[in-house]
Design a protein around this ligand. Structure first.
Ligand code: PHE
Length: 337
């Protein structure tokens, strides 16, 4: 048998030995009295003179290599495992940097919007996502026959009659005006829910910020001034604003508010549908019927209210064309903000 081949087999075998008992068995198999080395040695006398010398050398060297191999294995297994790892540790190698996360873009915009309004005296208030039909609709002067009250436009709770997932943040107007006497200046961030089929511009859940003021002598011009400050802070001083007449049951008069397109600056482009304007929110003067529901005297007090979609503001500000990107949790998208 070729001694080189035996040696390579022995080395392979040694690699799989994991215990001191294993090493001892291995030692007996090769170096023991009836071991392979002993057997090979016993064949030497029967060889011719020439063969004897070189064969004898090879057997000797096999014996020495085995002895070294066994000793190394014994040390390796007996030695502390941690010590073995430490000896591979390169302390000059750069460490693994921990990536630090950041706030979701929707949270960032929500905080930015809230901070603009809190700087001019608004208080931040939150309300529950599960609301009564009364706060979400009736108290806001939305009549029973209004289409938004239909089951396909609002998530009603199956086991709790007259309870629903709020479809806008406006019910917090009712809550706050019932709980506190005017003057009031309140901003309300939060999630809202509508059973819309999900596509590039619709999601069954999205975020709104509601704002309202109630005091003596509040005028439509106050609403305009506050919203202009908001639009210029978020989108830049060069932005123009316009109010289009609209209808909301809980405000009168009501308006939809547009800003000049931030992409084409009003000339007309694909983002604004060639109109030069982008709708950013709904607003108006609080309807006297809403004041009646919450027990505020509409002869003494007036107020304005507005509500905006946070995803829409974020999409306009950052040029994002698909609302689903906010909710897919793809770090490659989120990392950019
Ligand atoms: N609640 C309205 C909506 O969700 C927005 C709005 C709020 C309009 C306050 C006027 C006043 O569309």
């Amino acid at each position: 048998m070729d001694i080189e081949i035996i040696l390579s087999q022995i080395e392979e075998e040694a690699k799989n030995i994991k215990s001191l008992e294993g090493i001892e068995q291995f030692r007996l198999k090769y170096l023991g009295r009836k071991g392979i080395v002993a057997q090979l040695t016993s064949t030497i006398p029967s060889l011719s003179c020439q063969e004897r010398a070189s064969f004898g050398q090879k057997v000797n060297s096999l014996k020495n290599k085995l002895a070294v191999l066994i000793e190394d294995k014994q040390k390796g297994i007996a030695g502390n495992k941690e010590d073995a790892q430490v000896s591979y540790c390169d302390i000059g190698m750069p460490g693994i940097a921990q990536e630090i996360g950041h706030l979701h873009p929707i949270t960032q915009i929500t905080e930015e919007v809230c901070s603009i309004f809190s700087r001019i005296g608004f208080s931040i208030v939150e309300g529950p996502e599960i609301e009564s039909e009364y706060n979400n609709f009736t108290g806001l002067n939305i009549p029973l026959e209004h289409p938004s009250r239909e089951a396909f436009d609002t998530f009603y709770l199956k086991d709790y009659p007259k309870m629903l997932l709020r479809s806008h943040t406006s019910p917090v107007q009712v809550r706050a005006m019932k709980a506190h006497k005017p003057p009031l200046a309140i901003i309300v961030p939060g999630k809202v829910y509508r059973p819309d089929a999900v596509d590039a511009s619709h999601s069954f859940m999205f975020h709104q910020v509601e704002g309202f003021i109630v005091d003596k002598g509040i005028k439509f011009s106050d609403l305009k001034g506050v919203l202009e400050l908001f639009a210029k802070t978020v989108f830049g001083d060069g932005i123009k604003m316009r109010f289009r007449p609209h209808f909301f049951p809980f405000t009168e008069p009501s308006a939809e508010v547009d800003i000049s397109c931030i992409i084409c600056k009003g000339k007309g482009c694909s983002v604004c549908g060639q109109k030069g304007w982008l709708e950013i929110l709904g607003a108006g003067m609080i309807h006297p019927n809403v004041f009646k529901h919450v027990g505020i005297d509409s002869k003494r007090y007036t107020g304005f209210a507005f509500g905006m979609g946070i995803e829409r503001i974020a999409m306009l500000k950052y040029g994002i064309n698909d609302i689903r990107l906010f909710f897919e949790n793809d770090v490659r998208f989120l990392k950019q903000f």
